[in-house]
Design a protein around this ligand. Sequence first.
Ligand code: UGA
Length: 369
Amino acid sequence: MKILILGVNGFIGHHLVDRILKETDWSVYGMDLAFDRLSRVLGHPRFAFLEGDISINREWIEYHVKKCDVVIPLVAIATPKLYLENPLGVFELNFEMNLNVIKQCVKYHKRVVFPSTSEVYGASTESEFKEDETFLVLGPIQKQRWIYACSKQLLDRVIYAYGSRGDIEFTLFRPFNWIGPRLDSLDTAKEGSSRVVTQFIADLLMGRPLCLVDGGYQRRCFTYVDDGIDALMKILENKDGCARNEIINIGNPQNECSIRELAHLLKTIFMAHPRHQRDDRYSEIVETSAESYYGQGYQDILVRKPSIEKARRLLGWFPKVGLEEALKRTLYAFLDENETLPFAWGNTPPVFQGTFEPERTRAGRSEKG
Ligand code: UGA
């Protein structure tokens, strides 16, 4: 099988390509603005990489859509602070640019595995979110946080409509707070604009306070990335068409916790790490308001828990890594990768030093995800 992954250097992309190359005979064609997370796979005979931008390298994309069996468009801005700082950027990248890719898939009748998001359920008050039943509830227009969920939801609907018309075969997967090594770059966390787990890890490393937005009573279900990738591999295998034209939550409802509990757990795990057991002092855990942390335009999701009955039934999948283990693996990987390298944390991260020479193209914008 030939797979095209756009945004292959992102959190999901680089974990997925690692696994595909390790466990299958599939070939991967990947594109991204950067390649700092790909050092393990650059130069692999079944991995071809282009350093490029999806808004510029359209011919390359069209050529590879035509050539591949499955397309996975992972390019997106996925950190809430940026939804408020750059709402139009979220719309343009997450919706418009990805729509172009979907239209190419329609043109060549390719299968698409598309990352929807747990955020599409919005402020629904259901105790468990079900893919085909739960209402998708978004807040007012002035609350710009919702532009991310809205852009994703509209693309879900467009893909579904193409699928219903028989123009495309698709699977929409909905990750619920996946965490793991290299979740976000620590540089974004330094500026305070990464997802909560990376943010807290960076704060612990810098001895800065961990800020609980509105007291930290919001709840999330943190899912270890290896479990998420297990589910994605089953979707890609698509045994007997099990994932054909389906929407599937991928999350770990057993790992539900409040952000307050998360902060305490991470701090405890950090304090137990051999290199930090004897630190002079540790970060405090403090409360802050959403407005002072994010500015106006933020609204939160108080409880977000997936039903994973469909993933069990269709894929035979269930998550295995518990919360403490997932946090420990994530935190320790960040510490190992950022504290043992011969450069000061916060400087330019190391890049692949081998013989690989990526094809360089203009790369203007920051892409995350
Ligand atoms: C995230 C992002 O929107 C996407 O990455 C993704 O689609 C989705 O979740 C997902 O992974 O399922 P959210 O969970 O709200 O949304 O994002 P985080 O930035 O990780 O924040 C989680 C919670 O922690 C929020 O309630 C936020 O207010 C809180 N928080 C964040 C703090 O209390 N302190 C911080 O320093 C940062």
